[in-house]
Design a protein around this ligand. Structure first.
Ligand code: HSE
Length: 394
């Protein structure tokens, strides 16, 4: 095992309590020499070779924070003939194409259920249950920290900084919480989901994402008055004949939506399929024990020789990823000079007040992507109203 942080310790607890499955942890490789550990030091090593070069170790469980180091470890393990279980979404999302090739080339397996939505078994379901389903769309709440922050701000009027600090204390947030609040973490998970749902590897940087950093009390007030909640929602879905679009944006949700009910650090995934129709997965998306349980499930699956087959990739669905779509967006701005920042295709509603203004209308995803820097820097916010993305007619 590599790493003994929140997830590593969570896995250890889960392993000790599991009555149905037995696995021995041979060694745990950690970085810090002087950290107090809760189990005897004889388990630990500081040299990765003690694991990677030990022929008696048949499985590497990678649970470290540093994605680049994790990539080196996973690459070396897969190349050296060891199977790997990882919960590192950044590492998987950034290198998935190559990691798929490595598994094939070296006949080894990499499982990463714990990397996406904690304890919700979405990757396994996409691989095994929806393998022959035509999937219209997937969306959800993939980041526990931002959902926790938004819930606390909305329900308890807690301020953003305090809610973020709590999320860090409770062990949900990344060590660099910018990854959570900027939507980057949710975006990594979306990129992995797109591979398993549609067989396309879309690099995270090619998926438009905006997090929750610009959401303010006026946006919360607007949502409250309309009976909405605001959540950070990643989306992937079919558009037109052979298009697939995807993005991560804050979104208004009405009370009749399943994701409206997902609060605090919980995650949810809504799958819309041609035959199974709409399905909803709900569970804890962050924290040591929920993520540890997903890792344990992968360890157990590995013992039965389970490996992802990347079935959708092999089916060659002929889809191409596109940003040439329009969404309906609420755009809030304070300074009148920002009124023209975004070029809407069509405006459906607008309001102008002394220190609060908004425009709601259809806008292209490409236009949003082109203005991302300004959106993040200025005193403005964008929130998806949730209308279905449409192929742009120019
Ligand atoms: N920081 C992540 C979250 C941890 O808040 O969801 C689980 O991936």
């Amino acid at each position: 095992m590599f790493g003994y942080g929140v997830v590593g310790q969570g896995l250890h607890d889960v392993l000790m309590e599991s009555s149905g499955f037995h696995a021995d942890i041979a060694r745990i490789c950690v970085k810090h020499h002087n950290k107090k550990r809760r189990i005897p030091m004889r388990y630990f090593t500081f040299d990765k070779k003690d694991i990677l070069d030990d022929p008696s170790i048949n499985l590497v469980v990678e649970l470290i924070d540093d994605a680049e180091e994790a990539y080196k470890i996973v690459r070396a393990a897969l190349t050296g003939g060891k199977n790997v279980v990882s919960a590192n979404k950044k590492m998987v999302a950034e290198h998935l194409d190559e990691l798929i090739d490595l598994q094939e080339e070296h006949k080894t397996s990499l499982l990463y259920e714990g990397a996406v939505c904690g304890a919700i078994p979405i990757i396994r379901n996409l691989e095994e249950y929806y393998d022959n389903e035509l999937l219209f769309s997937l969306r959800g709440i993939f980041n526990g920290s931002t959902n926790y922050i938004l819930s606390k701000m909305f329900n308890e009027n807690m301020d953003y900084e305090e809610a973020l600090k709590n999320a860090q204390k409770l062990g949900f947030a990344e060590s660099d919480p910018w990854l959570d609040v900027s939507g980057t973490d949710a975006n990594y998970k979306l990129s992995i989901i797109i591979e398993h749902a549609y067989g396309l590897y879309i690099r995270p940087e090619d998926i438009f994402h905006v997090g929750i950093t610009n959401i303010n009390t006026q946006d919360m007030q607007f949502a409250r008055e309309k009976g909405y909640r605001i959540k950070l929602i990643p989306y992937a879905g079919r558009v037109g004949e052979d298009g697939l679009t995807g993005f991560v944006l804050p979104r208004f949700l009405t009370q009749d939506k399943k994701l409206y009910t997902v609060e605090n650090e919980y995650n949810g995934v809504v799958v819309e399929a041609a035959f199974a129709e709409k399905q909803f997965f709900y569970g804890k998306g962050a924290g040591g024990h929920p993520t540890g349980s997903a890792v344990l499930s992968d360890i157990s699956a590995n013992s039965f020789f389970y490996a992802y087959e990347y079935k959708k990739r092999k089916q060659k669905l002929g889809l191409s990823f596109t940003s040439d779509v329009t969404l309906e967006i609420y755009f809030r701005y304070r300074d009148k000079k920002d009124a023209g920042l975004l070029d809407f295709d069509e405006v459906t509603e607008s309001y102008a007040g002394p220190d609060y203004n908004y425009i709601i209308g259809r806008i292209s995803l490409q236009e949003l992507a082109g203005k991302k820097k300004e959106i993040l820097e200025r005193e403005v916010s964008i929130i998806n109203t949730g209308l279905k993305p449409e192929k742009r007619v120019s």
